[in-house]
Design a protein around this ligand. Sequence first.
Ligand code: FAD
Ligand code: UDP
Length: 373
Amino acid sequence: MKQYDTLIVGSGLFGATVAYCLNKAGKKVLVIDKRPHIAGNVYTEKMEGIIVHKYGAHIFHTNNREVWRFVNQFAEFNRFTNSPVANYKGEIYSLPFSMYTFNKMWGVVTPEEAKAKIEEQKAAAGIEEPKNLEEQAIRLVGTDIYQKLIKGYTEKQWGRDCTELPPFIIKRLPVRFTYDNNYFNALFQGIPVGGYTKMVENMLEGIEVKLNTDYLDHREEFNAMAEQVIYTGPIDAYFGFELGTLEYRKVDFETELLDMPNFQGNAAVNYTDRETPWTRIIEHKWFEFGKDENGNDLPKTVISREYSAQWKPGDEPYYPVNDAKNGALYQKYAALAKEEPNVIFGGRLGEYKYYDMDQVIASALELVKKLNS
Ligand code: FAD
Ligand code: UDP
């Protein structure tokens, strides 16, 4: 008999969900993380009373009732709805693309007028089957919106020309012919009151957690302690990069505390021109409507400028790159992973998958069902 039934490598949402469920089912669980804190990439920390999203802004949104019920056991969610604005050389537009955007761009008032304007620009561009992101964008919203709100932002974000990017990237963005500027098509949306770290702390209550502990540096020792391992770190690192390195897209954050109550009047402002070096600025306090947990106004503000950057091995892995080359390499690692006795790979890094938070939780809940059946 080993000391633990399950060792969970990584205290992000995947690891914490599995840990909570197995612990509840009476299993003895140990969670380790190489970082000095729990919660993985959803980690939040307070600065002058403001909850700061350290690894990028995280807005919880889902259509999955089971996941929504699950997370609501650990946190109360506020009514935050993501409605970013775009700043194109000082012109302000509402995002995602809705009647507010079309009205500001063209002065049109009805959905019919907006559709006619897009049709007119689409026809002038003469695109049949979109072959790249530029053509896809023009087909969806016309040339003006493409030029002012998509081209510069996308090229900064992906470091490539829109004509060299696949059409599907832009399909994530809603296009609406209503006056609804909610960024997400989701039944449920909000931010956990008190921050994500507090939510994950609640998930891990009563479970042993060791921080600053890298599994890969002590693999034998940990394997000897547990019957099975759930590994949520990068799959290529687990195998010592023996088949090559999977690539990521990186974001650099420049965070500043400002001695003013209101910098930009919104949680997210996208800078959609090509020249501004950052892609967007997040003003964290607006995720909580500018108030602390007791409803008091906060006198200062914290902003984070986001820069898209070239990822290199050793950097923080943010977004998996969904292209053919990396997809094929991942498949090879996945085949090795299948053969690994008593180890299950999960989460954003373990499965090299662009998961939203609700999807990562759903995937962890599925795994637990399998393990318990
Ligand atoms: P992670 O949170 O990365 O957790 C993995 C953990 O494993 C980490 O803590 C890491 O330190 C640890 N680890 C790795 N290797 C080892 C090792 N060898 N030993 C010990 N520990 C190890 N989703 C949304 O739904 N809404 C959003 O608004 C949103 N915004 C995002 C913004 C950004 C910039 C990014 C990058 C992602 C965003 N996401 C968003 C996605 C969300 O962050 C992920 O779905 C989620 O955090 C993934 O959880 P995870 O547990 O799989 O991975
Ligand atoms: N996008 C854009 N202008 C914007 C916001 C987004 O052109 O102001 C495009 C861009 O190509 C981006 C894609 O829409 O990659 C998806 O946007 P989302 O915010 O969903 O991207 P994420 O940051 O989640 O990858």
